[in-house]
Design a protein around this ligand. Structure first.
Ligand code: ATP
Length: 439
């Protein structure tokens, strides 16, 4: 993470440039809910696509699923969420602030006002409740899923039979999850509605530890290779305390401006989930291994990523400021805010900027060519300096300037966002040029 980024600066840039807005802003917002603007939507989708490609498309042993947000409530009974999925909370009787006990440095003092006048800690269930059908009573109560993995367990045999997979294999899903967090905070980091990208890998118990190590390695590598995270900003945190059913668990954490925070959990869940669903549904969820002629409940290794948290980490990681002396814009000490987003996820990969309105026809031709291959934008509004600044804040890796020489010799200037180096390139070879840079 750039040391220059504070959450305040990032939140302001996200709003200004259309990455992330407060939900229902004109009504004063709603705590813990966020909307993605035009560039945020594209960035988030690009990160999701990268994950999907890596985890599903490029693999023969992982299948996709897109399940509903609302399931039969028995799913959540079996998973244990209805009985126990929550945090201990306490209220300050003086300032009325509400806190999660596990997040308080000193659980006897209100972190807001320092008062000791706190209520007894009590359990708070994070499941969001709704009613299905016209009658709003307990018989019609249902829950918005708190994680995307439970419908995966429930669909194990459906997916296995349809895809003709044999163990070991995985099922992946991306989608919304809802948690009635007591204290949503740190921008999108802790939201009440968020997206998860989860993959459940089903295997025989004796192989499970090996798969756990394999997925830990794969998933860590992903952050370095695709999202440009470094050793300073990424760490693996091993759980000392495990859930009663878990055999091993690690978190992949990113150093946000507010401290280390979990991006992804990799968990050896044993046979807990599958056994519980077998018990509560009365259906046989065993797997028959034809080779060994044995029947068993599969063991599960899970990789569970927060899409919003990853997007936030990518934004924090990209934020940079430099002195724009070389840019000759405004004063010499002017600060250039630049989002050094990786090319693969940048919402705009190349922007075409004609120097004058008289060049728009030529520039549109260039734009129409490159937009077939790259996420591109055409911008003719304002001075060229301001347009560069705007693209720098959006994180556009390449700006292509069309000037009067372009009409003469069919060449354009390509400006590299990070080095600010400018190359003169033949318009016809632009796509090759950009492809080479990306490689
Ligand atoms: P935390 O301890 O931060 O509450 P968790 O351990 O409960 O997270 P999991 O249940 O393992 O999280 O969920 C998997 C992933 O989903 C997390 O690593 C995180 O990226 C994401 N996630 C969980 N809760 C939230 C939330 N309230 N807002 C945004 N993302 C979340």
């Amino acid at each position: 993470m750039s040391e220059l980024v504070s959450m305040e600066k990032l939140v302001s840039l996200c709003k200004r440039r259309g990455f992330i807005f407060q939900s229902s802003e004109i009504y004063g917002g709603i705590n813990g809910f966020w909307d993605y603007g035009p560039y945020g939507t594209t960035l988030k989708r690009a990160i999701e696509n990268l994950w999907w490609k890596e985890m599903v498309v490029s693999r023969e042993d992982v299948e996709g699923l897109d399940s509903t947000v609302i399931c039969n409530p028995m799913v959540w009974k079996a998973s244990g969420h209805l009985e126990k999925f929550g945090d201990l909370m306490t209220d300050c009787r003086d300032c009325k602030a509400r806190h999660r006990v596990d997040q308080m440095e000193d659980p006897s003092l209100c972190p807001n006002c320092g008062s000791k006048n706190l209520t007894e800690p009590r359990e708070f269930n994070l499941m969001m409740k709704t009613y299905v059908g016209p009658i709003s009573d307990e018989d019609h109560a249902a829950y918005l899923r708190a994680e995307t993995c439970q419908p995966i367990f429930v669909n194990f045999h459906n997916v296995r039979i349809a895809s003709r997979q044999k163990l070991p294999f995985g099922i992946a899903q991306v989608g919304k999850a809802f948690r009635n967090e007591i204290n949503p905070r740190n921008f999108t980091f802790r939201s009440r509605e968020f997206s998860q990208m989860e993959m459940e890998y089903f295997c025989a118990d004796e192989e499970a530890m090996e798969w756990f190590e394999y997925w830990k390695e794969q998933r860590t590598k992903y952050y370095y290779d695709y999202l440009n995270f470094s050793d300073e900003t990424l760490r693996i945190h091993k759980h000392d305390e495990l859930a009663h059913y878990a055999k091993a668990a690690v978190d992949i954490e990113y150093q946000f401006p507010f401290g280390w925070g979990e991006l992804e959990g990799i968990h050896h869940r044993g046979t807990w989930d599958m056994s519980r669903h077998q018990q509560y549904s009365g259906e046989n969820l065993e797997y028959f291994d034809q080779k060994n002629k044995s029947k068993f409940i599969p063991t599960v290794i899970e990789t569970s990523v927060g899409l919003d948290r990853t997007t936030l980490a990518v934004l924090c990681n990209a934020y940079d400021e430099d002195t724009a002396e070389t840019q000759k814009i405004g004063k010499a000490e002017d600060v250039r805010v630049v989002m050094r987003l990786p090319f693969k996820v940048a919402p705009v990969q190349a922007a075409v900027l004609p120097l004058s309105k008289k060049l728009s026809e030529k520039a549109e031709g260039v734009y129409n060519d490159i937009k077939k291959q790259f996420r591109s934008e055409f911008d003719i509004t304002g001075s060229i300096g301001k347009r560069y600044r705007r693209q720098d804040e959006i994180g556009t890796p390449y700006c292509i300037t069309v000037d009067f020489d372009t009409i003469e010799d069919d060449t354009v200037t390509v400006r590299d966002r990070d080095s600010m180096k400018q190359d003169r390139v033949s318009a016809g070879k632009l796509i090759n040029y950009l492809n080479d840079q990306v490689k």
